[in-house]
Design a protein around this ligand. Structure first.
Ligand code: 5GP
Ligand code: ZN
Length: 120
């Protein structure tokens, strides 16, 4: 827990969010400023500033966060249904100023829905 971190506050419930998923290690909720018709954030409960600070002990967590994306996309109506179907989604992790990161608590963006939309 990092007292000044907005995503730690969402994890502990002191700031509300439109949550779509929770387990012992992570939560997922709708982005407050969606960049696509569906824009979810997958956030670990543990505070890690960036992807670059992940260590061996976090590899399992990273795998689970990524593996959750197709399920949440499907539940939000933008799941991948094969190469001939229009569905599908983008997963994105921004790291540091050069990566356009705004919130320094690791998170995976899941974006999808009818185009055009242009994620940052
Ligand atoms: P980053 O640029 O760090 O990869 O993405 C941070 C994302 O968090 C942005 O898309 C921004 O809209 C979202 N965000 C920032 N503050 C809040 C908040 O208080 N609630 C929610 N739901 N999303 C937020
Ligand atoms: Zn945090």
């Amino acid at each position: 827990m990092n007292g000044s971190c907005i995503f730690c506050k969402i994890v502990d419930g002191s700031i509300p969010s439109k949550q779509v998923y929770e387990d012992t290690e992570m939560i997922a909720f709708h982005d407050i400023h969606p960049a696509a018709p569906v824009h979810l954030l997958i956030v670990p409960k543990v505070h890690i500033d960036t992807l670059a600070e992940c260590e061996t002990q976090h590899h399992g967590l990273l795998g689970k966060m990524l593996a959750l994306a197709p399920r949440l996309a499907r539940e939000a109506g933008v799941g991948y249904e094969g190469r001939e179907a229009p569905g599908g989604f983008k997963t994105m992790i921004n790291t540091g100023p050069g990566g356009g990161q705004e919130v320094y608590h690791l998170h995976v963006h899941v974006l999808g829905g009818p185009r055009p939309w242009a994620p940052r």
